[in-house]
Ligand binder design. Structure first.
Ligand code: NAD
Length: 337
């Protein structure tokens, strides 16, 4: 069993913890919180051992009646790998703590690429990540783009990809985020940093991105145009994407017109927290004109990186192939709609 700790039990951390607990070859040793809030209480109710992320604040848990099993150093001594799910920038600060305990670590996409030995996406560079002591699972948008562009590059070659990212303003629990009444370019400069980030896991693909923020919390939307080297038929691209285990091609007959119904569908299917681990591509939006491919996809920012974190754990700690790991992760979680 691979013993795993999760440092930072927020939006991503709680989902990674559940996904780890669901794997047949992993044991979730514990999770950390900085304070004894509702998430800490819920973690304990779920049966997870809770550790104080900041040792000096351990007393606050006791005062609040929230029992802890120890502090972060205790957790690091008991695990084979730690998944850092702390807020952007804090992961980089935690890096030296993990190194001091000789604990292999996985970081998230809010950190710069230099936080880890390599950036990671299971579809594009699982094998290339072998031998690393630390990995960075790329961000939700980058994960979605890598999953989409990798099969297109392999099948037809990509001359140039151009993607407009309409990003959610904040996650549902982030009540202070915005905008609340506007759609704003973010960043205002074009291209955005997302294209170069794709190249950290899928090198050699020419991709330019422009990004906006919209007053929604549910999902990101990508408007995609890819100029391919070989012109496929629309039908061939639909089949290609439908064959990808982490891409859901939304059938036209489903009547799903946006993120609201996608999330509703996920909940109807009994998905935990209404999570969509797959890229969601509108089948009828897939259209090839000459060598130009067009499509729309949605990416659930809270969920798509979760199976990638599970695979990153195996890339760091086992000899399993990418295909074996992805299959095991998908099976244990129920990925594939
Ligand atoms: P979050 O704020 O929801 O959760 C972070 C958790 O870490 C919180 O529970 C916070 O209390 C805790 N924390 C704060 N300081 C800490 C410390 N010093 N040590 C340990 N824990 C600490 O953040 P999130 O959205 O889960 O993001 C985590 C990482 O995942 C970031 O790098 C982010 O960029 C990345 N990411 C986020 C999303 C998303 O849409 N939410 C998607 C993909 C990747």
């Amino acid at each position: 069993m691979i013993r795993v700790g999760v440092n930072g039990y927020g939006t991503i951390g709680k989902r990674v913890a559940d996904a780890v607990a669901a794997q047949p070859d992993m044991e979730l040793v514990g999770v950390t919180k900085t304070k004894p809030n509702y998430e800490a209480e819920a973690a304990i109710r779920r049966g997870y051992d809770l550790y104080a992320a900041i040792a000096e604040r351990a007393g606050e848990f006791e005062t609040a009646g929230v029992g802890i099993a120890g502090t972060l150093p205790d957790l690091l001594e008991s695990v084979d790998v730690v998944v850092d799910c702390a807020p952007s920038g804090i992961g980089a600060q935690n890096r030296s703590v993990y190194a001091a305990h000789d604990t292999p670590a996985i970081f998230q996409g809010g950190e710069g690429a230099d936080v880890a030995d390599a950036s990671f996406n299971a579809r594009t560079n699982f094998e290339a990540s072998r031998g690393a002591d630390t990995l960075r699972v790329v961000s939700c948008n980058t994960t979605g783009l890598a999953r989409l562009l990798a099969p297109l590059e392999a099948a037809y070659g990509i001359e140039k990809a151009r993607v407009t990212l309409v990003r959610r303003g904040g996650d549902p629990s982030e009540t202070g985020r915005g905008p609340i009444n506007d759609v704003v370019p973010d960043p205002t400069t074009v291209p955005s940093h997302h294209g170069p980030d794709v190249n950290t896991v899928l090198s050699g693909v020419d991709v330019d991105t422009a990004a906006l923020k919209a007053p929604v919390t549910t999902m990101h939307t990508h408007s995609v145009n890819v100029t391919l080297r070989e012109p496929p038929t629309t039908e061939a691209v639909r089949d290609l994407l439908a064959d990808e285990s982490r891409i859901f091609t939304i059938p036209e007959a489903a009547g799903i017109d946006g993120a609201g119904k996608l999330k509703e569908y996920a909940m109807d299917r009994g998905r935990p927290r209404g999570d969509l681990w797959e890229n969601c591509v509108w089948e009828e939006s897939i259209n090839v004109s000459g060598r130009d491919l067009y499509l729309f996809e949605n990416v659930h920012q809270e969920a798509d990186v979760v199976p990638e974190n599970v695979d990153a754990i195996r890339a760091l700690t086992t000899d399993l192939s990418a295909a074996e790991s992805v299959e095991r992760t998908n099976e244990a979680l129920g990925v594939g709609l």
